[in-house]
Design a binder for this molecule. Structure first.
Ligand code: EPU
Length: 418
């Protein structure tokens, strides 16, 4: 199994490009199920979760081709089965995103129920209740969500909590429903906006995306479109935390700083000097970081997907910080691994108290989920001596060639199998 070997202590300097956003690309790829025409996408990152999505869509009959210019063409003109099997859904919960499009276009879908996952239970009850509100006959049978509807009917749907993929699934279902759908308490994440923009290019009538009330007027059919996936704000934020922890000066190209307000202001509070342009971020750090408190919350608040990486920075900071995770109940699995590197962190329910130490020291640690893995890499870059991060298949799900990009910034990091 692949590992990352990091010799910490080298400041990061140089320039890298940020990849397309995983969490925007996943629903966008699934949206190709909504039309028989071709959807052409650029800036689709090369990640394991994207490969899993291609596999799932292929299995349904969608033709997915990556061209030599790196654009991706998706054509769902011959969908042969309406079932997403357990083997694929269990490896990637976002597979649930085929439910809304399949049901809306073909009147039927069978999607294996995702199980719990490392960061929490993550039920899909809101997806199911929302589709039922749109008129679907939907039940759980033999571990599958089984949904049927001759044609979905627009309705007002208010989810109990803000859910990102829930909003995306319901939006993709509602675009082909009869009449008007209003999604209340909708997610405002940039990835939801990006999906709405693609759907509008395909002929959908959507207003209010980016607010908590999305209004969708259903249309009879959708057509092909071309779209560039937005830059990954979490990847960019992770590299900013890396320079915060290791020191140095980096330039991130092809980034979207306007989607990163909460992260950028927290990192400035921690002492980073950050300058931004329309599609670039320059960041430098020459001192020990200052401890910063944070509370994860839905967009535009501080993202749960940045919590572990900022914790790595706080582990080295001058002072004590209080971190509260409000989105997922079990997203502190990086804590025991950060402790192995010498961090002083106590957990009390949803709250973590981080007492910054002047130095971390390299050790062998185990990645437990995607963002936890990134936090261990960040800590390893700043730690004294050698850190070996095991089980980095988690990292490969969501970061494109992270070690290559870090090497480009001068880090001493390599992938190894032993
Ligand atoms: N929830 C329910 N029922 C539902 C849906 C959600 O109880 O039907 C709960 C969840 O258990 C969680 C909260 O609502 O406590 C919010 O979950 P949400 O549905 O927003 O999460 P998600 O859509 O499954 C996406 C991202 C995650 C990111 C979260 C929160 C994708 C593919 N995944 O997940 O990304 O953490 O939103 O922002 O977009 C990652 O990239 O590392 C990652 C985990």
């Amino acid at each position: 199994m692949d590992k990352l070997r990091i010799i910490g202590g080298t400041p990061l300097t140089g320039e890298i490009s940020i990849s397309g956003a995983k969490n925007a690309a996943l629903p966008i790829l699934c949206a190709s199920l909504l039309t028989a025409d071709t959807i052409t996408l650029t800036n689709v990152p090369k990640l394991n979760d994207i490969a899993t999505t291609f596999k799932l869509l292929n299995q349904l009959g969608v033709k997915a081709v990556r061209n030599s210019d790196d654009s991706v063409c998706m054509t769902a003109d011959q969908v042969t089965t309406l079932e997403a099997p357990y083997e694929l859904v269990k490896t990637m919960r976002a597979s649930i995103l085929v439910l809304g499009p399949l049901l809306a276009r073909f009147g039927e879908a069978r999607v294996s129920l995702p199980g719990g996952c490392a960061i929490g239970q993550r039920p899909v009850d809101q997806h199911i209740q929302g589709l039922a509100a749109l008129g679907a006959d939907i039940k759980i049978e033999h571990g599958f969500v089984v949904a049927r509807a001759t044609r979905l009917k627009g309705a007002v749907v208010r989810t109990d909590m803000v859910t990102v993929t829930g909003t995306e699934n319901l939006m993709m279902a509602a675009v082909l429903a009869e009449g008007q759908t209003i999604l209340e308490n909708a997610a405002r994440e940039p990835e939801v906006i990006d999906l709405a923009k693609l759907l509008i290019k395909m002929g959908a009538k959507i207003k209010g995306h980016g607010t908590d009330r999305i209004v969708i007027d259903g249309v009879e059919s959708l057509h092909g479109a071309t779209h560039r996936v937005i830059p990954d704000r979490i990847e960019a934020g992770s590299f900013l935390c890396a320079v915060g922890a290791a020191g140095g000066k980096i330039m991130l190209r092809d980034a979207a700083p306007e989607t990163m307000g909460a992260t950028i202001s927290k990192l400035q509070e921690a002492g980073l000097h950050i300058a931004v342009g329309p599609d670039w971020i320059e960041a430098s750090m020459s001192t020990r970081p200052k401890a910063v408190d944070m509370r994860t919350i839905e967009y535009p608040g501080f993202a749960t997907d940045m919590q572990a990486q900022l914790m790595a920075l706080n582990a080295l900071a001058d002072g004590t910080s209080v971190i509260v995770e409000t989105i997922f109940e079990n997203r502190y699995m990086h804590v025991q691994e950060l402790r192995r590197l010498g961090a002083h962190i106590d957990i009390d329910g949803h709250t973590a108290i981080v007492r910054g130490v002047p130095k971390l020291s390299g050790a062998t640690v185990m990645a437990t989920d995607l963002r936890a893995s990134a936090s261990l890499v960040i800590a390893g870059l700043a730690a004294e001596g050698e850190t070996l991060v095991e089980r980095i298949y988690h990292l490969d799900r969501g970061y494109e060639r992270m070690e290559h990009k870090l090497r480009q910034l001068g880090a001493n990091i390599e992938r190894t199998t032993h």
